[in-house]
Design a protein around this ligand. Structure first.
Ligand code: NAD
Ligand code: DAU
Length: 348
């Protein structure tokens, strides 16, 4: 029996983790703590929100008193921490938001957990979900391993790196039991259309320009979000205490090649003529501090915990496109209101 606090559960990855845990572990109580920022959406969870082992708490992790109350109210035994400001471009526009949520918010949670569990820290786990961006950029070759030095280049990755360091420091200094995983780029259903794949799917549907940054030759390692959730499940239950695990898709794509594949698959599904959506590709000014290449060496989680991706990129991308084409109401809801203002500020 566990009472697990999952933060950021109304966001993209968090909603998949919540769904997996609620369905797979009926004996666990799953408490979803989320501030419902622009990226949080309870629509992402409407298939499980009536489950008897699920509770939602609308709380900001900057509110230390509210965190204390929620730990006591639900007798929280473990934390899986995903709440964060997660978009690199927004971090360039507004770095302090990332300092507050990603660093101060994480330290608030660490303090609350340490205090609430102080009678016996050995019975509890604080799992921090992080990113491969903390390692900085790779050249043409090489992979990020768990021992690669941290070298974050954006305000987002700097804030995630700082939060990772705090988690590590709380394990060393206070003997809080922790685990960290650093994952590559996720894609899949419920991904907010500020990120490359859902933004381009939405623009292809609406025949709008596809804004490719710089020369389009930047490389990312893509992982289907449900495979990330499965990895989180394994790390949470079987990961070594106070250790870190890299999670990746063994799936590197240059942005422009990925965009062309997306255009091709969407043209087929939308019954458009071959090459029609590629006409929408528009090269625009590069992202400042743009990391050239990310690629994860996921050997450790594979050999220690037996994890590997279950879907190929072609399968995952096809499922993702189908989901967006079917869920037009979800897409229309999240792209109304403030989204238009963000889009205008970013891309006009
Ligand atoms: P997301 O932006 O989709 O969701 C973030 C969630 O956190 C939202 O529901 C939001 O409402 C909530 N949140 C934000 N600030 C909050 C605050 N102050 N208090 C409480 N809740 C708050 O993000 P995501 O893509 O699902 O990423 C989840 C986590 O995984 C993040 O920690 C991110 O750094 C990490 N990560 C993401 C990726 C990726 O490709 N998306 C890859 C590796 C790691
Ligand atoms: O690597 C893990 C990280 O992946 C996560 O920690 C972040 O939360 C997540 O947002 C993601 O970061 P990226 O910056 O890699 O993802 P994004 O989708 O923003 O961009 C992917 C690539 O596409 C990157 O090289 C920038 C480029 N891009 C992006 C957008 C939004 C474009 O060319 N045009 C665009 O409009």
């Amino acid at each position: 029996m566990k009472n697990i606090l999952i933060t950021g559960g109304a966001g993209f990855i968090g909603s998949h983790v919540i769904r997996l845990f609620v369905n797979k572990y009926p004996n666990y109580k799953i408490v979803n703590l989320d501030a419902l920022t622009y990226a949080g959406n309870l629509e992402n969870l409407k298939d499980i929100d009536q489950a008897s082992n699920y509770v939602f708490e609308k709380i900001n992790i900057l509110d230390a008193d509210a965190l204390k109350t929620v730990f006591a109210k639900h007798n929280i035994t473990d934390v899986i921490h995903l709440a964060a400001e997660s978009h690199v471009d927004r971090s360039i526009l507004s770095p302090l938001d990332f300092v507050y949520t990603n660093i101060v918010g994480t330290v608030n949670l660490l303090n609350t957990a340490k205090e609430f569990w102080k009678e016996d820290l050995t019975k509890h786990l604080f799992y921090h979900v992080s990113t491969d961006e903390v390692y900085g950029a790779l050249g043409e070759t090489g992979l990020f391993t768990e021992t690669t030095s941290y070298s974050p280049n954006s305000p987002y990755s700097a804030s995630k790196a700082a939060s990772d360091h705090f988690v590590r420091a709380y394990a060393e200094t206070y003997h809080l039991q922790t685990v960290i995983s650093n994952c590559s780029n996720n894609y899949g259903p419920f991904h907010f259309p500020e990120k490359l794949i859902p933004l381009f799917i939405n623009n292809i549907i609406n025949k709008k320009p596809l804004p490719v940054y710089g020369d389009g030759l930047y490389t990312r390692d893509w992982l289907f979000v449900k495979d990330h959730a499965l990895a989180i499940d394994l790390v949470f239950h079987n990961g070594k205490l106070n250790d870190t695990y890299n999670i990746g898709g063994f799936n590197e794509w240059k942005n422009i090649d990925l965009v062309k594949l997306l255009c091709q698959q969407m043209d087929e599904k939308l019954g458009r003529s071959t090459g029609e959506s590629e006409q929408l590709i528009t090269y625009i000014k590069d992202r400042p501090g743009h990391d050239r290449r990310y690629a994860i060496d996921a050997t450790k989680i594979n050999t220690e915990l037996g994890w590997k991706p279950t879907v190929t990129f072609e399968q995952g991308l096809a499922q993702t496109i189908d989901w967006y084409l079917k869920n037009t109401e979800w897409l229309n809801n999240v792209t109304s209101g403030n989204y238009a203002k963000y889009y205008e500020a970013m891309y006009s």
